[in-house]
Design a protein around this ligand. Sequence first.
Ligand code: C5P
Length: 222
Amino acid sequence: RRELIVAIDGPSGVGKSTLSRRLAERLDYLNIDTGAMYRSVALAALRNGIRVDDAVGLESLCGSLEIDFRRCEGDLRVFLNGEDVSEPIRTPEVSLLTARVAAVAAVRQALVEQQRRLGAGGGVVLEGRDIGSVVFPDAEVKIFLQATTEERGRRRYLELRAKGHAVDLEQTIRDVAERDRADMNRSIAPLIRAEDAVLIDTTGLDVDAVFRRMFDLVMERR
Ligand code: C5P
């Protein structure tokens, strides 16, 4: 039985986190949420008053951060220098800042290096925007998830509301569209489907149906 590298990419709100977590659990693989890593850098920048246009400040900030993941009762928790930041990295404010921080070359370099180190041995499910295209172009399994902007905005809205955030549906859809624009148009590692990634359009599909397709794809290659 081979220990594979599974790369899952796609835009925000497409269900990557939920599906990656389930897949990793089922395979007993390590789950690396690279979006949470970029979010953690954004949160730290916000807390330390480092501006997005301060590339030097962001670079040294990255050097001082230790980000790791722990599985906790079926949940993937993110730790930043030992502090559980799973909740504070998900606020709308941090989300918007993250897309800008993620466009900074020094930040990407630092995080990609860390992601390669974490995934090098295989037995990992990595999710993000550039896993199949940049981080692990030789990953054995590459999946690109897609869904319409409205559907993704609606899912994100329900998710935020369930967590008690006061959010507006139209505003959430606009935020998702804005993040797509930033992620697709940045010059380094833009959100793009690797040529050899399998495309799954999740619009109108339920989580179980998408999960089965993803699981079958992994099994075919194992
Ligand atoms: O996946 P999530 O929505 O948590 O990602 C937050 C942001 O982090 C994205 O909007 C994107 O700007 C950035 N990101 C990235 N590259 C990745 C993962 C996330 O640029 N591999």
